[in-house]
Design a binder for this molecule. Sequence first.
Ligand SMILES: NC(=O)c1ccc[n+]([C@@H]2O[C@H](COP(=O)([O-])OP(=O)(O)OC[C@H]3O[C@@H](n4cnc5c(N)ncnc54)[C@H](OP(=O)(O)O)[C@@H]3O)[C@@H](O)[C@H]2O)c1
Length: 287
Amino acid sequence: MDTNPERVALVTGATSGIGRAAARRLGSIGWTVAVTGRDAERGRRTVEEVEETGGEATFLRADLADVETVAALADAVRERYDRLDVLVNNAACSPGERRLTDDGHERSFAVNHLAPYRLTHDLLPLLAASGPARVVTTASTLHRRGELDFDDLRLDSGYDPLDAYARSKLANVLFATELAARLGKGVTASVVHPGFVPGSGLYRDASLSVRTGTRLAARLPGVGTSVEDGAEGLVYAAVAPAAATRSGAYYEGTRPTEPDPRAHDERLRERLWTQSAAMVGVDPDWP
Ligand SMILES: NC(=O)c1ccc[n+]([C@@H]2O[C@H](COP(=O)([O-])OP(=O)(O)OC[C@H]3O[C@@H](n4cnc5c(N)ncnc54)[C@H](OP(=O)(O)O)[C@@H]3O)[C@@H](O)[C@H]2O)c1
């Protein structure tokens, strides 16, 4: 583990669940951690918890559903820190009903995929200047059931909460794999499935059927991981020396695993990259 006290990480979605546990773990090895979320009270608690482990923390409030707020978050990070060693794109939602953001994007696609895309875009120069640096994105094994219809990214033709979530997680895997392929030396990208973590807050706003399924599955012996164990893969990808050389890796927990074969489809990745750039208002020709 890299325990250099000068290291700085940004963990999105650190006011709850796996992100909060990952922030605590990074704090416990002496890192400075910027934690984000919408809920200021939960943000304050996370800061306290990180500081109790011996690390330093700051809460930066941001609703990642809004592209301009994502850009403002990147500005705030650049203003506050002169380096960034790890960006953990972890925040996500699983809305039970279809909702469009003020920018007109389907909400789970916006928060779970477009926000990491724009945030990484805006923070990459700082990461590169601090290198060797890492971008870690939290996906899910559910990416395997995701379908991407580029002609219907708003899901106008129909909304299934689990399909929408799975689609956003497929986008996470495609994004991270494409990012790794595009990055030169100095910054690596990886993507992590943390396991099934029924004790996190993710299923709070999920549809009744997803909440019921989650509750039932959580009761099965051997199914389900604690929030603490769920953070293991993120922390591993963020700081373990062994992960430093594995850019483009997909981890289930700490185990490098083969993602869905579509992760190797360069045309699909390129199309998502280009369309995402247009949706968040940046030039697709990056990094
Ligand atoms: N739990 C599982 O079984 C499971 C399985 C596979 C993958 N994952 C992935 O693990 C990651 C963490 O999820 P979790 O299970 O720990 O869920 P969680 O406890 O609900 O945490 C989600 C985090 O995202 C933040 N967030 C949600 N919407 C946001 C928005 N619009 N703007 C800014 N922040 C927002 C939440 O903060 P605020 O409410 O303060 O905004 C919270 O800190 C996600 O990427 C999820 O897809 C989870």
